[in-house]
Design a protein around this ligand. Structure first.
Ligand code: PLP
Length: 425
């Protein structure tokens, strides 16, 4: 497949070509990766000199755009002062300030913050918290989770097991994975009654209900409304089980509210954050528990402690980036920008409706989705690059999750490219 650019590739590109194993890629047939030499705002600069408008924001992490100077300066200062100390018996200012700020921002009494370094691990920690919550209360059999079709919670073994089982990505590993209960979201009377019955029958096996609130992301960019989450809260309370929101995708403004739980007016027992937590600059994630959860671990019994501790949890550079990112949410009109993006995405993608392979067009917050029927996705990817944009469809989904700071013209280039490319099919 060779180098995707026009000029000779840089020497580092050639040196690494046979050694960097790419994610989600059939290495034999996948297009060669594009060599990126710099980022700025909503743009990726390629080695050959061309700039692409980035429609993905690096898996929707770079909410303030790339290279925001406030984050860069904060991280640089932290690098000189204290790049990292373990949280084993130690704490530092950036972690303490960040934990307190997250507690103040999140609804209800979600305020006990356990740091980690990726979204998958944050979800695993939430699952361990939920299971041990029950053990500490004397219930040993509650080890299964109710999760939902269309859901995605990560690629580690524990999190694969709570993803949509029909997602081809994880099917190979069935024998490795524990069995959970993957069912339909309570979208209507029938599915609500089914979930109610399921929880009534199996309450003594279930540790909690795990859901991506308002938007199921990597499992298909599927939307549901606040009423679904309100029903989950009612059912979790009725059957005395825990409600966990995985906000790794939806956290930090992506759906229009700072957090989807806040937007939906539903307070879960545990929430996970990652991705945009550090403004998309450093690997950082967090699992935040309510007082009810934390109280189950507060004991004279050492066996009641949470036995988990990733080496780089609460990394000071990551926490400095996250504090700087929260400064930007305070100082700059991010949520207004999300609202404006939503309107422009709806406008710009509207003419995809009625194109030959388009099944649905939907927008929520700074998420624009065009769902297709069977179509040649690799060919689409190459066409987007030719159009000067970076758009990375998966499954049958073409989507945009741009930086909230993206300019009107760049956003129009993204939606225009999608309309043009899909018009050719
Ligand atoms: N949970 C959700 C909702 C996600 O969207 C993702 C990543 O796409 C994850 C968990 C996993 O996060 P990570 O890739 O940082 O492990």
């Amino acid at each position: 497949s060779g180098h995707a650019g026009r000029a000779d590739p840089p020497s580092w590109y050639v040196a690494g070509r046979d050694h960097v194993w790419l994610p989600y890629a059939q290495m034999k047939t996948a297009a060669a990766p594009l060599p990126v030499v710099a980022t700025q705002g909503s743009r990726l600069r390629l080695a050959e000199g061309r700039e692409l408008v980035d429609g993905v924001a690096s898996w929707w992490t770079a909410c303030h755009g790339y290279n925001h100077p406030h984050i860069a300066i904060s991280v640089a200062r932290q690098l000189e002062a204290l790049p990292h100390v373990m949280l084993g018996g130690l704490v530092h200012e950036q972690a303490a300030r960040l934990a307190a700020r997250l507690a103040a921002l999140l609804p209800g009494d979600l305020g006990r913050v356990f740091f980690s370094d990726s979204g998958s691990v944050a979800v695993e920690v939430a699952m361990k918290m939920a299971v041990q919550y029950w053990i500490n209360h004397g219930f040993r059999g509650r080890t299964k989770f109710v999760a939902f079709r269309g859901g995605y919670h990560g690629d580690t073994t524990a999190t694969m097991a709570v993803c949509d089982p029909d997602d081809g990505m994880h099917r190979l590993f069935k024998g490795l994975l524990p069995e959970h209960v993957i069912t339909d979201l309570p979208r209507d009377e029938e599915t609500t009654a089914a979930l109610d019955g399921l929880l009534a029958g199996r309450a003594d096996e279930i540790a909690g209900i795990l859901v991506e609130p308002l938007v199921q992301g990597a499992g298909g960019m599927l939307f549901h409304d606040a009423a679904v989450l309100q029903r989950l809260r009612v059912l979790a309370d009725r059957h005395e089980t825990l409600l966990i929101f995985d906000e790794v995708f939806t956290g930090f403004g992506r759906t229009g509210a700072m957090f989807a739980c806040e937007g939906a007016g539903v307070v879960p027992d545990i929430v996970t954050l990652g991705k945009a937590l550090s403004g998309g600059t450093l690997p950082l994630a967090a699992t935040i528990a309510s007082e009810k959860i934390f109280a189950a671990f507060w004991s004279d019994d050492p066996m009641h402690a949470l036995m988990h501790g990733p080496t780089f949890m609460g990394n000071a550079l990551g926490c400095a980036a996250a504090n700087a990112s929260l400064d930007l949410f305070e100082r700059e009109p991010r949520l207004d920008q999300v609202k404006a993006i939503a309107a422009r995405l709806a406008d710009g993608l509207a003419s995809c409706r009625g194109l030959p392979h388009v099944v649905d067009v939907r927008v929520r917050g700074a998420i624009g989705v065009v769902e297709l029927d069977a179509i040649d996705i690799p060919a689409l990817k190459a066409r987007f690059v030719e159009e000067g944009v970076y758009v990375r469809p998966f499954g049958r989904i073409v989507y945009l999750t741009p930086a909230f700071t993206i300019g009107e013209e760049d956003l129009a280039r993204l939606t225009g490219a999608i309309v043009r490319v899909l018009s050719e099919t």
